[in-house]
Design a protein around this ligand. Structure first.
Ligand SMILES: [Zn+2]
Length: 244
């Protein structure tokens, strides 16, 4: 019995130590607030995780001259080379940033996040970050920000990514709920943002209804007089040492 109890306590305490060591953060990113009387301003950020391109969103941005920051993976780039070239040919509108090589969560310990296996080691985090940057650089763009798959990190991973020269892009409003929300809910979320918000949504899910809500929500903001900036055109404040 004593042995059993000792073993049990050991397991419990090891479990706790493990939990403490693998605490994940989902960093918050906002823009510096505008002075009173100035137009409200937000940043649109889109993830291109894998799969295809949502032309509804892309053509709305181009038709309305709305700038955005697009986080692409090496995996997405392989299948969407023509879209990438088009984005890269419009530096007046689009900033291209790093969403990783293979869309693997940039967490340096073995675990699964939303069912996706994390990189699992510092070495694998480095491969994901450097591989994503290399894929973008090979096409003639230079990323300065990184956002990992699932947007969750361990604090040590954030430190590592910062050491590699990237700022880590959190967000303040989850616009499309991972592209799983319906169109009305997505439109409502995006249309109700406030000055300084950084919105995250997806531009790689052309068959989901969330994309219709993204389009409508952004056009609602435009009609309300919001200005749109890219991450490279603003001063940001990120939690968890992601930007400073
Ligand atoms: Zn993603």
């Amino acid at each position: 019995m004593k042995t059993f109890l000792a073993t049990f306590l050991m397991v419990v305490s090891t479990g706790h130590a493990c939990l403490a060591a693998t605490r994940l953060v989902e960093p918050r990113l906002t823009l510096r607030k505008q002075e009173a009387g100035t137009k409200p301003r937000v940043a649109l950020t889109f993830d291109a995780c894998s799969g295809r391109t949502d032309e509804r969103i892309l053509s709305m941005l181009i038709d309305n001259s709305i700038p955005a920051t697009i986080f692409v993976t090496g995996r997405w780039l392989k299948r969407n080379g023509a879209v990438f070239a088009m984005l890269n040919a419009r530096p007046d509108l689009f900033e291209i940033e790093n969403h990783g090589a293979m869309h693997i969560p940039a967490v340096d310990r073995p675990m699964a996040i939303y069912g996706i296996p994390a990189a699992g080691s510092a070495q694998a985090v480095a491969a994901e970050v450097a591989g994503g940057a290399a894929a973008i650089e090979a096409q003639g763009a230079t990323p300065h920000w990184f956002r990992g798959a699932t947007a969750k990190y361990s604090l040590s991973s954030i430190g590592q990514i910062r050491q590699m020269g990237f700022r880590v892009a959190g967000y303040s409003v989850n616009g499309d709920g991972g592209s799983l929300l319906g169109a009305p809910a997505t439109e409502k979320r995006i249309a109700s943002v406030r000055d300084g918000d950084v919105i995250i949504a997806h531009i790689n899910q052309p068959t989901r209804t969330a994309g219709d809500g993204v389009v409508k929500g952004i056009l609602d903001l435009k009609a309300k007089g919001f200005a749109f900036v890219r991450l490279d055109g603003a001063v940001e404040d990120g939690s968890d040492d992601t930007t400073n």
